[in-house]
Design a protein around this ligand. Structure first.
Ligand code: 5HY
Length: 245
């Protein structure tokens, strides 16, 4: 049996639960999902500043997961905060939900659109497209212009806006697939795929299946070169617990 650590980099328990439920729905029968979020940090991640704060919490959770012997780590925030640093720390695979969703989209369509939350996070998605080499594949990016936690306020307004943006993206972007640009949208993908008749991809689900595939292939994070374990040095203060033993 596999154990996959699902890390919500923000501290909102409701969002952690939404993502954990979606992950468990798609996980193989033998796969356990260990859903965690940092004990301290940002309640939502909506910019470069929030991402820098969240990255430390991600690293602390990755270290705990590695010490617990998990078979993979998911960074369940669309900015993939701390991804490469986490890969240095981890032995098992580390997959971000943005890269997972983008990879899956490129297997299904020649062009995809992204629908995310606040306009200011569109730049973060653009940076990831560049970093992962998917700029050519992304036809357009859209924001619902609501904050991340509006997805958890129970009004359904954010979910309605996501639906509207997906319908517009299908109609006007020339995209064959849509990537949902927030972990809190994880529970919307299946229904939107059925309603729109095109792949609407949630990165949480995509990341679960990618880690299961990597485990089945017996492949783990390369420790040769820049993703080798961090150099040993005396980390001080709050970072002491990140010391590599
Ligand atoms: O950037 C975003 O809009 C989404 C991103 N922020 C967050 O707290 N979880 C996320 O997936």
């Amino acid at each position: 049996p596999l154990c996959i650590q699902l890390i919500n980099p923000n501290t909102s328990l409701a969002m952690t639960e939404v993502m954990a439920a979606t992950a468990r729905q798609v996980a193989a029968p033998g796969t356990a999902i260990l859903a965690v979020c940092p004990s301290e940090g940002a309640p939502s991640i909506e910019g470069h500043f929030d991402e820098a704060i969240a990255a430390i919490g991600v690293l602390q959770q990755v270290k705990a997961g590695r010490d617990a012997g998990v078979d993979g780590h998911i960074i369940a925030c669309f900015g993939d905060p701390g991804l490469l640093a986490a890969r240095e720390l981890a032995r098992a695979p580390v997959v971000g939900i943005a890269e997972a969703a983008m990879h899956i989209a490129t297997l299904l369509a020649t062009r995809f659109s992204i629908v995310t939350t606040l306009p200011r996070t569109l730049t973060i998605a653009r940076h990831l497209l560049h970093q992962y080499g998917f700029e050519r594949h992304c036809a357009a990016l859209h924001a619902i212009d609501l904050p991340v936690l509006s997805l958890e306020d129970g009004s359904g307004l954010a979910q309605q806006k996501v639906r509207e943006q997906c319908i517009a993206a299908k109609k006007f972007d020339g995209s064959g697939a849509i990537v949902l640009g927030c972990g809190g949208m994880a529970d919307l993908a299946q229904e939107l795929t059925l309603e729109l008749g095109i792949p609407v991809i949630d990165g949480v689900s995509a990341a679960v299946k990618m880690i299961e595939s990597l485990a089945a292939l017996r492949l783990t994070t390369s420790k040769h070169g820049d993703l080798d374990y961090p150099l040993i040095k005396p980390l001080s203060g709050r970072f002491e617990n990140l010391n590599m033993r």
